[in-house]
Design a protein around this ligand. Structure first.
Ligand SMILES: *Cc1c(COP(=O)(O)O)cnc(C)c1O
Length: 417
């Protein structure tokens, strides 16, 4: 195999000697491919972010739910955030203990809440109304609250979760009401959390948002933990030279704030963070086949079998994913603008518009959508009755482990009565 375009997989020895053409033949196309070394490296980076002694990164299960990957994340010592009973179920199945989970739902039913209460999982409440509900279900219990500090950040309007224009969190103005509800149900507020948004590449707004959450913390006496949220970005534009979020600088800015607050609060309170995509994103690519090239009204299209059912991010958030191209032959790599499209019957099924890719790319080559490990498979569907792909893991020793089967025709009809 020759890499016609892109350098990331070569630089990281991503495939560890496995041939992508063989992998597609064996596991079907498209195919989600993960690299264990990269996944573990990201976990370790988050574990070691600060030297403050009571610090736990929480992986957000919604970004990637594969149980084999969750086991690795758990082995690396991370805890997990869960958004639904389904995610609680998966986390417990992967070996997380109830006390290692933090349930951060919003607008859930009493049944959802009860599911977490029955399993002893700390729950974060997102509104005064749901705090009342929690009090009714679990009087005398422990609870956490998600506050909205009024600061937002993120790469797209749909992922900014802090600030005035989002549905998330309790406005700190309501702290007197919060206290009244806590008291009337004899609830203890053991934790507070925030999440200002996703994918920031600069530590400043994150550090800035700390002062407001710590101000809120000062107003409660029994806190066991403060969850500072996540949203750590990854460089999706590596091919354009985008820099990584400076994790060392973030850690160095964070550490003294945590130390100082713990001293002031008078206990070695636990600090948590919620890195979601940061953990699995770069450990994965989605590999597919180039199925056709054509020219329509002066526009050059590169057709492939990666439909938006298998990778929703470009359609949902206008997201950019770097692209690599692999060929059996040694071809000319001269670039031209190509619009990369999938196999779904919708004109919006576009993976990349006018992307500079080798003009020689042709049917039979393979195409990889990079950085697909977060919100890739977890958002995939079988729309157009296309099978959801298999997932494989390139293990540290270079062996290949299949961690999810591809859908089959039977899966398409399984739940129909
Ligand atoms: C989704 C989510 C995260 C992680 O967000 P990313 O965009 O994956 O970084 C963290 N905390 C909460 C509460 C979330 O809902």
């Amino acid at each position: 195999m020759n890499t016609l375009h892109g350098t990331f997989t070569q630089e990281t020895n991503f495939f560890k000697g496995n041939d992508v053409f063989d992998l597609i033949k064996q596991y079907g196309s498209p195919l989600y491919i993960y690299n264990e070394d990269i996944l573990r490296a990201r976990c370790k980076e988050m574990k070691n972010l600060v030297t403050y002694s009571n610090f736990v990164p929480h992986y957000s299960i919604k970004a990637n739910t594969n149980i084999h990957l969750l086991k690795i994340v758990h082995e690396e010592g991370l805890h997990a955030d869960v958004m639904s009973p389904g995610e609680i179920y998966l986390a417990l199945e992967s070996g997380f203990k109830p006390e290692e989970l933090f349930f951060i739902p919003n607008n859930v039913t009493p049944e959802d809440m009860q599911y977490a209460i029955d399993r002893g999982i700390t729950t974060s409440i997102d509104s005064l109304d749901q705090l009342e509900l929690y009090g009714e279900l679990n009087p005398g219990g422990k609870v956490a609250i998600r506050f909205n500090p009024g600061v937002g950040a993120g790469h797209h309007e749909k992922v900014v979760t802090g600030g005035k224009k989002t549905k998330f969190g309790v406005n700190p103005e309501y702290i007197p009401e919060v206290k009244r509800i806590l008291e009337s149900y004899n609830l203890t507020l053991v934790g507070i959390n925030q999440h200002i948004g996703s994918l920031f590449m600069d530590a400043a707004p994150y550090i800035e948002s700390l002062s407001s959450i710590l101000d809120i913390a000062r107003q409660f006496d029994d806190l066991e933990f403060i969850d500072l949220g996540g949203g750590f970005g990854i460089p999706y534009h590596k091919q354009d030279g985008e820099n990584r979020l400076d994790i060392n600088a973030l850690g160095e800015a964070l550490n003294p704030v945590l130390e100082a607050f713990a001293e002031e609060y008078g206990k070695n309170i636990q600090f948590q963070i919620e890195p979601g995509r940061y953990i699995p994103c770069e450990s994965c690519l989605l590999l597919g086949q180039v199925t056709a090239t054509k020219t329509n009204a002066d526009h050059n299209y590169l057709g492939c079998d990666i439909g938006f059912n298998t990778l929703q991010r470009p359609i949902m958030y206008d997201s950019h994913h770097d692209i690599e191209i692999y060929s059996k032959e040694n071809k000319d790599a001269t670039l031209a603008p190509l619009t990369v499209v999938g196999n779904i019957c919708e004109s919006g099924d576009i993976l990349a518009k006018d992307r500079m890719l080798p003009a020689s790319t042709s049917r039979g080559d393979l195409i990889a959508m990079m950085d697909a490990g977060a919100y890739g498979y977890s958002m995939a569907s079988c729309y157009n009755q296309r099978f959801r792909p298999a997932e494989i893991l390139i293990c540290s020793d270079g062996s290949v482990k299949q961690i999810r089967k591809r859908d089959t025709f039977e899966d398409l009809i399984r739940n129909m009565l």
